[in-house]
Design a protein around this ligand. Structure first.
Ligand code: 5CA
Length: 438
């Protein structure tokens, strides 16, 4: 992609409305623009990151045995009356009336809709268990949307729902998602710590929040230092009993600000091994048994034909929030530092002297060699000062930079820079391509 043709409206100054670093950097890097309070346009660079995060989430959901569906954003109020949540949900729910005066709403979550799909289409224990997920937009009319996409009104969520015959099955589904979450966040370069949580309006009696550590995170968190090093489960572990893994990850002390009690025995016992950090909630999983299946009559026939009210759980990931969360966890004074797995492009190719025939030629050659090798590169071919090009490239945070100038070209050399470490190396163009293809 040529930067001269790309919609990348970078900003030199910090926008006054942005209070946290990820919001500032997302605006400055031209990733998003606000449309209305808590509602954003995703520009090309931001959308690429969002799609990469979606891809990782999708791969891990599929690996855990969940099946992707797509439900409507606009839902009928009927189902919410059946579950009893229509009145409970209050002002956070955006209510709409259609031309026939029917009550509709923009879904803040999808327990009702998915339970309706289930009850209409699954009738027997032979077709159990089931896990269905989607990656789709939600709307919650938050009182105070803030911090950009971190707390939006419209936001992208991965929401998964499990249906099982009994508690043991539901527990196994919960454990699969638990492990999938550890793997998903680790693939984005994040360390997520599961913390026992209040289920809130989703309901139920077992729930964990997944909190990623970032110095600039919204909430304070406390945990045993062992969480910082615990090995991430392998995908192959799905074939085993996952309970020991989940027990290991939930066995030691964790607490958010509100719940932390420095006087508690558990805290005193940890002593100097207690880590105090900042965190961001990027995922939340719930087991709620028959709360919705009972209210909505989601019943299947058991082995002897007896009706069984299915056991359910739901599992959310804040996909759009993760874009901001990753930036909070990975940036420096110059800008964003993308982990390769989610980077919008792997490489930024910087032409230090656009218009100079030899430099242009070397850049064109590299650009097509990278394309042939299947490497995503953003080529800064603009007629701009070198300083502005360096600043923009550091700001948008691509993992690698290839810097091409007339002096190097005369010697047959280019510079390869790693954004995360700042390490620079002079190499031939061929070596640069080989190294970036690895
Ligand atoms: N139905 C369940 C799980 S499928 C549910 O809605 N859970 S939730 O309310 O905890 O949301 C799931 C995740 O969405 C949260 O962990 C958070 O990462 C993200 N999220 C929630 N509200 C917002 C918001 N206003 N802006 C951005 N992300 C949000």
């Amino acid at each position: 992609m040529r930067l001269s043709a790309y919609l990348l409206p970078t900003l030199k100054e910090n926008p006054a409305e942005a209070q946290i670093v990820s919001h500032r950097l997302m605006l400055r890097a031209g990733m998003v623009r606000q449309h209305a309070a808590g509602i954003y346009n995703w520009l090309p660079l931001g959308l690429r990151v969002l799609r990469n995060i979606e891809r990782i989430v999708r791969e891990e959901q599929d690996a855990a045995g969940a099946q992707e569906v797509l439900m409507p954003t606009i839902q009928s109020a009927e189902l919410w009356k059946e579950s009893g949540r229509y009145d409970d949900y209050g002002k956070e729910m955006l209510r709409i009336t259609d031309r026939h005066d029917r009550e509709m709403l923009y879904g803040p979550t999808h327990e009702e809709v998915v339970t309706d799909i289930f009850r209409q289409n699954v009738k027997s224990y032979r077709d159990m268990p089931k896990m269905l997920y989607q990656i789709h937009w939600k709307f919650r009319d938050e009182v105070r949307p803030r911090f950009g996409v971190m707390r939006g009104r419209e936001f992208l969520m991965k929401d998964c729902y499990s249906f099982d015959m009994d508690y043991a099955g539901a527990r196994a589904s919960y454990n699969r998602m638990f492990v999938a979450y550890l793997r998903t966040f680790a693939r984005m370069g994040l360390r997520a710590i599961p913390m026992r949580a209040d289920p809130g309006p989703i309901g139920g009696d077992m729930s964990h929040e997944f909190i990623i550590l970032a110095d600039t995170g919204e909430s304070g968190v406390f945990c045993h230092k062992s969480f910082l090093e615990k090995p991430i489960p392998e995908a192959a572990d799905y074939g085993k009993d996952l309970q020991p893994i989940v027990d290991d990850w939930t066995g030691s002390y964790t607490a958010t600000d509100e719940k932390h009690d420095p006087e508690a025995d558990a805290v005193k016992a940890i002593g100097a091994d207690l880590v105090s950090a900042r965190g961001i909630e990027v995922g939340h999983i719930f087991y709620f048994g028959t709360k919705y299946s009972k209210a909505m009559n989601a019943v299947v026939a058991g082995p002897s034909g007896e009706p069984v009210t299915v056991e359910m759980g739901s599992y959310g990931i804040g996909v759009s929030r993760l874009v901001a969360g990753i930036i909070e966890a990975s940036h420096d004074d110059a800008g964003i530092i993308w982990p390769e797995s989610v980077a919008p492009f792997k490489v930024g190719l910087i032409n230090l002297k656009t218009g100079d025939a030899a430099t242009d030629g070397a850049c064109e050659g590299l650009h097509s060699a990278l394309r042939r090798a299947g490497v995503d590169a953003l080529y800064d071919d603009r007629d701009e000062r070198a300083g502005a090009k360096f600043a923009d490239m550091d700001l948008i945070g691509l993992p690698w930079q290839v810097i091409v100038g007339p002096k190097g070209v005369a010697k047959g050399m280019v510079e390869l820079k790693c954004r995360a470490t700042g390490a620079r190396e002079e190499v031939t163009a061929e070596t640069a391509v080989t190294r970036l293809t690895l």
